[in-house]
Design a protein around this ligand. Structure first.
Ligand SMILES: Cc1cc2nc3c(=O)[nH]c(=O)nc-3n(C[C@H](O)[C@H](O)[C@H](O)COP(=O)(O)OP(=O)(O)OC[C@H]3O[C@@H](n4cnc5c(N)ncnc54)[C@H](O)[C@@H]3O)c2cc1C
Length: 327
């Protein structure tokens, strides 16, 4: 049996940040992930500059693809806007591996299936044992399933369906573009060119609203392809997009159950407006680490709910778009 005071299930941004903070505070922990890193992860890879600061990453010395955008090109109701932003894009394949390899905790490759709780703590698949258990396994996290789902299920109306692909290709346009409300999509589509010759294209929206409209995410994808063609932005490779679902900001009534915790996508923390979950994953991981190591009460309310303030959205796009609430 492998013993550790804290075990973190999931080595994405939530798990690796939690481990890094625990190690910094002198704690003992290990990470279990079912995949060997670097691993594929569907994600556009937008991050805010303050996340790099929080992780002590100097943009000049980060060794992988890091693209800076000082504006977006936004398509909505047939019009185009170019609001100023400060946003970076990373490639998850590289970024997550970089975070994990810098967290200072041992990493085990194992798919967690069964978790038992007794007086001494938690036993995982009769192989690992810990006193504190942290669920950082994303949407389908086994810790959420075992200790949170029954009592405090995540809200189904906060589930986002996505289709996405990141391809190596020559791109025609270095601007990051967003399309809102294509055919009344309850979400948005994106075109994110990345340093090193990659483009990430994708689409996401509230699953229940897509169903209410009698549509599927694939239909919206086809419509999005027409938009890309219209603006001569189709990547010059065959596309085979993959789908994933995840929760945006959920009720936070229970992210702790005894000595078990959930963080990142397992808790449902992505921002309500843009569905950005990397920042909230990192923040929640650090908060749980501090709570365990320093004994401070856990409170996720400080984690940002939105990527952009309502004022910022109103001043750039006016009430029509803001009221449409992908948003
Ligand atoms: C298409 C798409 C685009 C997105 N774009 C953005 C964006 O541009 N910016 C942004 O901020 N957010 C974006 N997000 C959201 C973001 O990807 C997530 O919020 C973020 O990855 C959450 O991190 P996490 O560490 O909680 O989970 P994850 O990154 O999903 O990591 C979970 C880890 O747990 C492991 N795991 C799962 N089950 C088990 C098990 N049984 N045993 C062991 N290990 C297990 C997995 O292998 C995985 O490595 C996007 C999401 C999608 C789907």
């Amino acid at each position: 049996m492998i013993e550790s005071k804290v075990i973190i299930v999931g080595g994405g941004p939530a798990g690796s940040s939690c481990a890094r903070e625990l190690v910094r505070l002198g704690g003992e922990c290990l990470i279990i992930d079912k995949k060997r890193f670097p691993r594929f992860k569907l994600c556009a890879g937008w991050i805010q500059p303050d996340l790099l600061e929080e992780l002590h990453i100097d943009p000049g010395s980060y060794p992988f693809s890091l693209t800076f955008f000082d504006h977006f090109r936004v398509h909505v109701f047939g019009k185009q806007f170019t609001p100023a932003v400060r946003q970076y894009a990373i490639r998850r394949y590289q970024f997550d591996q970089w975070l994990l390899s810098h967290c200072g905790a041992p990493v085990y490759t194992h798919a967690v299936k069964n978790i038992k709780k007794d007086n001494s703590g938690y036993t995982i698949d009769d192989l690992f044992h810990c006193r504190y258990l942290i669920g950082a396994g994303g949407t389908h996290c086994p810790v959420y399933r075992s200790f949170f789902k029954k009592k405090h299920p995540r809200r189904g109306d906060k589930l986002i369906a996505t289709l996405e692909q990141e391809v190596a290709c020559k791109f025609n346009d270095p601007e990051c573009r967003l399309w809102f409300l294509i055919d009344n999509l309850p979400g948005y589509a994106w075109y994110v060119p990345k340093e090193g010759g990659y483009v990430n294209i994708g689409i996401g929206g509230y699953l229940h609203k897509i169903r209410d409209r009698g549509k599927s995410i694939d239909e919206y994808w086809q419509r999005f392809m027409q938009e890309l063609q219209r603006f001569d932005l189709m990547p010059d490779v065959d596309l085979d997009p993959k789908g994933a679902v995840y929760y945006i900001r959920n009720n936070l009534r229970s992210v702790q159950n005894g000595k078990a915790f959930i963080i990142g996508d397992a808790a449902g923390l992505a921002t309500k407006d843009m569905g950005e979950g990397i920042g909230p994953a990192v923040e929640s991981g650090m908060l749980v680490a501090r709570s365990i190591a320093l004994g401070v009460p856990l409170d996720f309310r400080s984690i940002r709910k939105n990527s952009f303030s309502k004022w910022w959205l109103l001043s750039r796009f006016g009430p029509a778009l803001v009221k449409s609430r992908f948003f």
